[in-house]
Every structure is written in C-alpha cells, then in structure tokens.
Design a protein around this ligand. Structure first.
Ligand code: DGJ
Length: 751
C-alpha cells in the first residue's frame, strides 16, 4: 500500500520508490504540508519534520506554517489555494472560511472526474487514492482533496471537489488543483514559454521573493505559456540533482505560480486561472477542479520528464490508438495551402505512397467557399469546385491508392462569411451591443452552449460516417475575446471560460467514443493548445507551425520536458523552410523528425529525384525503428538551448535497441573532437553500434564509432565525434549523425 496513515502523529504518508509526500492534520484541524521529497521509510511518523504545533493564527503568529490547501481570510496572507464567497444568510458576502479535517478514506485504484480528462488506472493495484474531506462547519461547505499515488509511476495526481453542503449559494472564486508549501526557496524555476511558431522555449531563473509564474487568460492554454512549472536545485541538470514539477491536465485558462514569502517558505499553485473565473454552487451542488500531476526526481530533470512521458502515454492517452504505432503522414498544408484541386491532391498522394507514406491528410480549404482564411468556417460541406466527388469521392480514391485518408477540421470556429453565421449570428461568442474582435478573420463558437456542441457532433459524425476517414486533425486558430455566453445568467458569466473548455471536452468525448478507430491529432495554430488535457482524447498533437529543422530541435526539446514522443508530431518540410527561409539537409530534418511521430508537409511533386530517394530512405529507416522513436525512453543528452552540439537519444522500453542523434548546429573551424556520453544502457551488456548511412557521416567518425562496444564504454567513455577536422568545411552548419545500438544477447554471435 503506498499510502499510510500514522494515527499518533496524524500524518498521511504517500509513498513510492522515488518520493514521499507527507501531510498531517494540524492541531486546529487544518491540513499541513510536512514533506515532499526523496523517499523516506514508509512506516512511522515524522514528528520532527514539522515540529510547530498550530492552533490557528494569532497576533503574534509567524506566517511560516505550511498548509496543504490554504484558505483566504484567516491569517495566512499568502495567495490562497481557494476562495469562496457565501451568498446568503447573515454572513452573506463573507469570504472567510475555515476548512478543518472531517474524515479520510484510503482506497485502491482511482476514479475519473466527471466531464474532465484525468489519469486513470486499469487495475486497482496500480495506485491508491487518499480522499481527505474538510468541512467549514459554519457554512456546511465541504472540500475533498483527492490524491492518487501510483506504484510504478513516479507521480502524484491531485484534484479537489467542492460540495455545497449548506443551505445558501456559494460562489467559488478561486479553486486551485494543487497547492504545495515547501520549506525553502532555493530553486530555479523552469517554464515553457513562447509565441506562435516558437513554442516551448525553456525559460529558467532563480526564484525571488514575491509572486512569479505563468498563466493563460486566452480561453485556451496558448502558445505563450504551457500549464507546467518545474523547480530544480541550483546546479541540477538533466542527469543529476533534485527537481520537482507540476503539470495541469487542462486546456483552458490556467495559472501556475510560485510565491516566496518573507520567511522563505515557497508556495506553488497550479489550477484554473482565477482571473475572470467564478462558479456558483447551489445547495447540494459540487464542483471538480481539473487534475494536476506532480513529479519528483532526485536524479535530475530527465528522469522526471520520463515519468511524465510514461504516465501520459499509457495512463492519460486512451483508446485504440494509445498503444498502436502511428502512421507516417503527408499533410497537404505547406504543399498547397488553400490552392488545390482533386487532381493535384491525387498526384501528391500517388508520389507519397510510392515514397512509403501511409496516410494522406487534406488540410484546410476543402469546404464551403474556403480559398483563403476569410470565409466558410462552420460550413462543413465539401467545395465541389475543388473536389467534384466531395470528401467521400476523394477519400475513396485515396484509399484505393493504398493510403489511409485523414481530414483537417476546425470545429470551434465560425467565419462571418459563412452560411452558419447567416443562420446563427448569435452562436459566435460576443457581448450583445458590442463589437466582436475578428482574429485570423474568424470568430469562436460558444462551446459552453450544449446545443452548439450537439450541432457540431451531428455535423462531424455525418462527415466521419460518409467516407473512409481514419484520422482527424482538429485545429483551433485563435484565442477567445469578449468572453460572454448568451445562455448564462449574469451571475454565472464567470463560468464561461471553464464551460467553454468542458464543451470542447464533451465534443471530443462524443466523437472519440463514436469513432474509436479514428486517430485524432490536436492542433491550435501549432502548439496553442498542446496540453495534457487534449492528450486524453488526441494521443498526438501538432507541436508547432514552425517546421524548420533547427527551430524544431529547440521546440521539441522544450516539449520533451513533459510530453511523450508519441504525442509529438514532427514533420519534414521543403527547403528553403517556409517560416525561416533556412535550408538544412534532408538528413538533418529527418533526424529531428525521427524523435516523435514522423510526417511530411510538402508537395512531393516538387521534389527532385535525389530528394525523393532521400525521403524514401528516411521513411524506410523510421519504419524499421518506429516503436523505438514513438515509445522509447527519451534522453536529452545535450540540450540545444545551451550548446551548439546537441544530442537526443531514444532507448526502447525493453532496453534492446537505442538510437542517438547528434546535431551540430554551427560549424566552427578547429573546434576539436568531443565525447558524446550515452545514457540508460546496461553497463554489463555489449552493443552492436552502427550508423544510419544516409546521415552525413565523415569516414573518420564512422570508423571510430561502429562495431561492438560495452554499455559501460558507451556511457562513461562515450562516442568520439567531430574527429576529422578537415571534414568540417564539407559538413557545414546543421550537420547531424545518427547512431543505432542493438544489445547483443548472451549466447548470440558477437557476444
Ligand atoms: C494552423 C495549423 O497549425 C496548420 O498546420 C494548418 O492546419 C493551418 N492552421 C490551416 O489553416
């Protein structure tokens, strides 16, 4: 059992092999945080880790007490984990609340959260859940804290349920999913920030006194900041030192913050952004927060990332496609943009098939009168000028070629120039009597309204039923403005953003359940909604509209802090690259795209014969090692953010196969050779080391890095790279090499 209750100290100890999380019932009934860190022996209490008794704040009280779910208005002046306003009774309008311990239950397994995505167990033995119930006696408000600790995932999942057990209405104004008070502030904070086409930038700096964090107020998680926050000790890196992170399973407005108080106590919080949020609870009603997941590592950040990868790949993603190898696709977007005919698409598809591509995806421009981004969103019927046989005809022709067929949709949107807008102008989000802002020349449908979700379900169900469609790319190209729903009364308008998100989840749930064989890929102008919430429905996502090989190295590195390789769609596109104008070798672009779900985004008819040969080789190679690249353990051997010599590695789950990619960004004369130290191998085993011949190897590097080697030698002695100084000018900038390792089984030749 990974959860123990120690009656004498009134401590709960949630425990697995990498960390311990201890809380206790304080003297006044509040819940205190005792410890979060490297594993402590599970039996027994730890009275000296938090020796200060707490009976409640008084005038002289120091503010250094650590709480588990701190309230507002009772003497703790740091930012609270939640705040409510009581709307009725003699204390109507008051916000003071005193949640004290009422009961607890420890049970095997884990329950889902109604309407919200969450991690799950397939067998009750995989995890235990602690339900800790608090009550504010004066109002009858109950708060249940749910903690699930997994036996073999080094993660702790947590969410909160509010139950209005009193008579009057309660307004929730802030309801964090996770709040954690830590005893010292000696950490660097890492967040994933950016903008369109340059998402997932690693941003790092020391914590300072006061409040700091990341958030979204856009209605979606956004390109700008991801719902994730990581702390690492100064000096910790990918392979050493202590790190701790919080990730939120949510796709709407979020907040992830750190606050260092004057006494050096650190409060972390993650949850729905309180800005613009409120939720009214009638008597007897409940509200569930989204789920947050904590991961902890005392052996560096890479191990923590691998924990998220495995949990999210196997116990957040779900459905038929969770464990299936993902197809290699050609997406039409950068090949044709809006400008195509059926004939052109079939020409592209035939060449794609001959190159080994498995899935042809028709992107934007197939419906209504959509020849640019200024019209037709909402009119989800095919443009028969472009596609005489409609989607059905095209999909049949594509499948007859031996390819699967996939389609782009953007369900949540509506163009002013559309039949849907003419029929239902009030379906677009906006405040009556005020102008609406058009972004990318489109408005957003009010997904908080069930009748709109019903309409979309019916429209997309008929499209999916009308043709052999095996894949959907669900795009979302703008943030929300003028938040307001015509279906909500004035006092409930604060629910709009969360209800929007619930509407999106509802549509995803219904479509994925009705069409379980269809592979869904999420997208929001690239990585605008690449978050754990959507991973529960769409096991892969379009990470960024930037397809430049070098940029992708940075973006995929950032994303790899949380997101598994199986979720990261990586496409090889044409050169010069459409976003940066940069020309990089095909091998370099291919190698970057290997570490994820490989695809292509170009016009195959425009390729030279050499490029076609090169692409066929990229595809062949990937097919031969697909499981390794999609589900392998990922190692950031050398980070491209801090080094011009970057390297990634994937190691198969059974440890028998590995690939290490070396990416040298800028060529420098006389830079000297260097050692690339591999990770995760069995030091006692021997490996057969080969190179991917289509990479850009110098003969010298190839000679020195092939043959039979020990795991110990490869990890502690390393590969010997850039060994031929004279070859550097031929290699130039953006040079890459890929090594393959196969464990030599005892008793087999070469052992
Ligand atoms: C934004 C996406 O990220 C692109 O891949 C493409 O699908 C366009 N939208 C189409 O409008």
């Amino acid at each position: 059992m990974p959860i123990y209750y120690h009656a004498e100290t009134r401590q709960f100890h949630l425990y697995n092999k990498t960390f311990s999380y201890i809380l206790r019932i304080l003297e006044n009934g509040y819940i205190g945080q005792v410890y979060c860190g490297a594993p402590l022996a599970p039996q027994g209490g730890y009275p000296f880790l938090d020796p200060l008794p707490f009976y409640g704040f008084s005038n002289n009280e120091r503010n250094s007490i650590r709480f588990e779910y701190p309230a507002y208005g009772n003497g703790d002046y740091r930012l609270p984990a939640f705040s409510v306003r009581f709307l009725a009774g003699p204390a109507g309008g008051a916000q003071v609340v005193e949640p004290v311990y009422k009961a607890h239950r420890i049970r095997p397994g884990k329950e889902g959260i109604s309407g919200l995505p969450a991690v799950y167990t397939e067998d009750d033995r995989e995890a235990d859940t602690l339900e800790l119930e608090l009550e504010d006696a004066a109002s009858g408000l109950r708060i249940v804290l749910y903690y699930t600790i997994f036996a073999s995932h080094n993660c702790l999942a947590r969410h909160v349920r509010f139950i209005n057990g009193g008579e009057g209405k309660v307004l929730i104004q802030n309801a964090m999913s996770f709040s954690l008070d830590l005893p010292d502030p000696d950490w660097n904070m890492v967040t994933l920030t950016g903008a369109w086409a340059r998402e997932f930038k690693l941003t790092e700096g020391p914590l300072r006194p006061g409040f700091q964090g990341v958030e979204s107020r856009r209605g979606i998680t956004g390109h700008q900041q991801n719902p994730f926050l990581l702390l690492k000790r100064p000096g910790a890196d990918d392979f050493g030192g202590e790190a701790l992170a919080l990730s939120l399973i949510y796709s709407g407005n979020f907040l992830a913050s750190a606050e260092v108080d004057p006494l050096g106590i650190l409060r972390l919080r993650i949850g729905i952004n309180p800005e613009g949020f409120s939720w009214e609870l009638e008597k007897g009603q409940t509200f569930d927060t989204p789920e947050a997941v904590l991961a902890y590592s005392s052996t560096g950040v890479n191990a923590l990332s691998q924990d998220y990868h495995r949990l999210y790949r196997t116990r957040l993603a779900r459905g038929e496609w969770r464990d299936k190898e993902r197809p290699i696709l050609l997406n039409s977007w950068e090949g044709t943009y809006f400008n195509f005919t059926e004939q052109k698409l079939l020409e592209m598809a035939k060449i794609a098939r001959d190159l080994g591509i498995e899935l042809f995806v028709l992107d934007d421009g197939w419906f209504g009168e959509r020849d640019a981004d200024d019209s037709s969103l909402g009119d989800w019927f095919p443009n028969t000028k472009k596609l005489p046989g409609g989607i059905t005809g095209l999909a049949q022709k594509i499948t007859a070629l031996g390819l699967n067929f996939g389609l782009w949709i953007e369900p949540e949107m509506i163009s002013e120039r559309s039949r849907l807008f003419a029929a239902h102008p009030d379906w677009a989000i906006g405040v009556p009597g005020r102008k609406r802002i058009e972004t990318r020349r489109q408005y957003v449908l009010d997904m908080s309204r069930p009748e709109i979700v019903d309409h979309l379900f019916s429209v997309f169900s008929s499209i999916l039923s009308s043709a052999p469609i095996s894949y959907i790319k669900w795009d979302m190209n703008r943030s929300l403005t003028e938040p307001f729903s015509r279906s909500l009364p004035p006092e409930r308008q604060g629910e709009f953003f969360h209800r929007y998100c619930l509407g999106v989840y509802d549509l995803y749930t219904r479509l994925t359940r009705s069409f379980p064989g269809v592979l869904f890929e999420s997208c929001a102008g690239g990585g605008g909604r690449f978050d754990p919430g959507l991973l529960a429905f769409a096991p892969q996502g379009w990470l960024s509209d930037d397809t430049d090989g070098f940029q992708r190295l940075l973006i995929q590195t950032g994303a790899s802090y949380v997101y598994p390789l199986s979720s990261i769609c990586a496409h090889v596109s044409a050169v010069p690259n459409h976003q940066t104008g940069r020309t990089t070798r095909l091998a370099f672009r291919g190698m970057v795209a290997f570490f994820g779900v490989l695809g292509f985004e170009l016009d195959p008819a425009a390729l030279s014969p050499e490029e076609k040969t090169g692409i066929a080789a990229v595809i062949d190679f990937y097919k031969a090692h697909r499981a390794l690249f999609q589900t392998g353990r990922f190692f950031r051997l050398r980070n491209p953010v801090s080094s011009s010599r970057a390297a990634w590695m994937a190691l198969s789950q059974d440890g028998r196969e590995a690939a290490a990619g070396y990416f040298r960004l800028l060529a420098r004369p006389n830079q000297g050779p260097f050692r690339l130290y591999l990770k995760g191998l069995d030091p006692a085993a021997r490996y057969d080391l080969t190179v991917w011949e289509d990479g850009g190897f110098s003969e010298a590097d190839k000679r020195r890095n092939t043959g039979c080697r020990g795991g110990d030698e490869l990890m502690y002695g390393g590969l010997f790279l850039d060994s031929d100084h004279a070859h550097i000018p031929q290699e130039g900038d953006f040079f890459s090499e890929l090594f393959l390792l196969r464990k030599i089984e005892a008793g087999k030749p070469g052992a």
